[in-house]
Design a protein around this ligand. Sequence first.
Ligand code: GRF
Length: 188
Amino acid sequence: MNKIAIFASGSGSNAENIVLYFRNKNIDIDFIFLTNNKNAFVLERAKKLNIKSYLFNKKELKEGIVNKILENFNPDLIVLAGFLLLVPESIISKYPNKIINIHPALLPKYGGKGMYGNNVHKAVLENKEKISGITIHYVNNEYDKGNIIFQKECPINDEDNVETLANKVHKLEYDYFPQTIEKLLNKI
Ligand code: GRF
């Protein structure tokens, strides 16, 4: 059975969607959720989905507690889905090409520190872009700089605002993130 560790700092709707995608296809996967935010709704989702979850703080992430959790779990893939902290080098070097992130824009534009959530959509709209989309990429030690695995575009209309653009992007994430993960697992 494949094992996936999902890191999320907030709502975790992608985390849940990934779990449901595989459950609906009757593909058995062992999941854990990890979060740095005690108020993150992803913890509620974990309970509902009956998935083991772990909470840690920034200091613990640096000091190696998360390394230990991962070592014990031994994941085939580590998925960052709305995870807002930088993954330490000690984890990145142990899982080459096994850590992926989803970014709510078309990298290399609109990436880097501070470019998360609605900040991204705001910047895209302010620059009057005609398209946005999603990028799924490998994670290295710089925010949003790892090799790109998959991108998908969506159009932006004059009527779009942060909320409608976020909805379009989320829809792409729900449609393509699980599929991309499945393809990656098949290559392992
Ligand atoms: C997504 O838009 C993802 O691209 C970004 O953070 C958001 C997480 O949303 N990195 P959710 O927590 O999965 O609902």
